[in-house]
Ligand binder design. Structure first.
Ligand code: PA5
Length: 431
């Protein structure tokens, strides 16, 4: 199981404070499990690891196979909760996450995410990168009416139709949307696209374990059975009593720290494959907690790169920060520091040591420095970067987020604030 270590934060928090918050966490968790807290109509994600449409799940795996057979590129069109989980999972599990150079293997299957912005340059670059390769499209929108993916879908649908004709394009378009309503649902039914459902009781940012995340991940060749197994094990583990429950403990610690004025949580990692886990996590917590003038501000850094940019602020700036570190215990590869004859850089004392050994020492040294600088440190240990532990991690953060929302006294499942920019944009566009 992934594990949680708050011992490095002990300088900032007493056992009495943890004992005092424990019953509040347990009560909030009970509200969640009994579906008596706010937003009970949005709790489908709680049982998703075991309660899902088996027939659709089979279709997802079959569609993934077909996509790999018919294309070299899958263009995923979606924004917010309709893409972050898939992208996070892909980068976490792939051996070479998002590297611009994909040497080594002859033929690659690429998954590219679009509809996440309104940049003409970005979309033109994606089209250019696809070139004359065969491609398929997975358009994902629960509402079916979100502007960014709707525009991107028009662009890629048009390209598909130019390349394969209308009927050929329809065989390469996969729509993930509401089961009954919305513009995308209507279009998919009319054009005969294979469709997958975002369940009514699962909101966008909690939807990674539905077709929203599963189809892009399966198409990329990631073992979604292992992912679901990890989430199912987490679902059981995170019902246990507080003392054995890493999820409840994380929730408790972040809430105690917030009450002590640590209103910014930085999710840090030492492996670039975790960068999009952080992006997914920021949306999950930002949209769930940030309302009614409340909420911990979620930020992220990737170390050691950001020690050379954000490191100064974290060490020495305003003391409103705490840090949660994602640490992957075992890397997938071993790389050793080479020996140099002349030792001009003075690094021969590390020759023969693994890069991961140096990385872990950097993490340890940073943790000590940040604690000395007044930044409490929490660590989530992930045994390895596999789909199974990813499933655990997704569920861990989702449940901790929902309980944190209840602790704050907000409805963690709505997002009234995201409408504000849309109103202005539509007025300016003359809608
Ligand atoms: O979490 C959410 O609900 C949002 O981030 C949505 O996922 C995002 O706005 C995209 O919405 P839709 O899937 O309806 O296009």
């Amino acid at each position: 199981m992934i594990s949680f270590d708050y011992s490095p934060a002990q300088k900032f928090i007493s056992e009495a404070e943890i004992a005092a918050i424990e019953p509040l966490i347990t009560t909030a968790a009970r509200l969640l499990e009994s579906r008596t807290g706010s937003g009970p109509e949005w709790l489908g994600w709680l049982d998703l690891p075991i309660k899902y449409d088996r027939a659709e799940y089979k279709r997802i795996k079959a569609a993934a196979k077909r996509i790999r057979k018919q294309s070299e590129v899958l263009v995923v069109v979606g924004i917010g909760g309709s893409y972050l989980g898939g992208k996070a999972g892909l980068e976490f599990c792939q051996p070479t996450p998002a590297l611009p150079i994909r040497g080594g293997r002859k033929k690659h299957f690429d998954v590219v995410f679009t509809g996440t912005n309104l940049s003409s340059d970005y979309h033109a670059q994606v089209l250019e990168a696809i070139g004359d390769r065969d491609f398929s499209v997975n358009v994902i929108s629960k509402s079916g009416t979100t502007t960014e993916p709707a525009i991107a879908f028009r662009i890629f649908k048009q390209k598909l139709e130019e390349k394969y004709g209308k009927a050929g394009a329809a065989e390469r378009i996969y729509a993930t949307t509401d089961k009954a309503k919305g513009a995308l649902k209507t279009l998919a039914a009319r054009e005969g696209y294979e469709s997958f459902v975002v369940p009514d009781d699962v909101g966008g940012r909690f939807s990674v374990l539905t077709a929203v995340g599963l189809l892009p991940l399966a198409a990329a060749g990631i073992d979604v059975d292992a992912l679901m197994r990890g989430a199912a094990d987490a679902r059981i583990a995170y019902k246990k009593p507080f003392a054995e429950n890493a999820c409840y403990q994380y929730t408790a610690l972040r809430n105690i720290l917030k009450n002590k004025g640590k209103e910014i949580e930085i999710l840090a990692n030492y492996e670039p494959r975790c960068n999009f886990i952080a992006e997914w996590w920021k949306q999950l917590y930002g949209e769930s907690e940030g309302k009614d003038g409340k909420g911990i501000f979620p930020a992220s850094v990737t170390f050691t790169a950001d020690l050379h940019s954000m490191g100064q602020y974290i060490q020495d700036g305003r003391r409103t920060i705490f840090e949660t570190v994602l640490e992957i215990d075992r890397p997938q590869t071993e790389m050793l520091v080479p020996k140099s004859e002349d030792d001009l850089d003075g690094l021969n004392y590390l020759a023969g040591k693994s890069l991961d050994y140096v990385n872990k020492k950097a993490a340890e040294g940073t943790r000590m420095a940040h604690i000395d600088g007044g930044v409490p440190n929490l660590t989530i240990h992930i045994p390895e970067a596999s789909p199974y532990y990813l499933g655990q991690l997704f569920f861990f953060f989702e449940k901790a987020c929902a309980i944190s929302g209840y602790m704050l006294g907000v409805n963690p499942f709505d997002q009234p604030g995201v409408e504000a920019y849309k109103k202005n944009m539509f007025r300016l566009l003359g809608k």
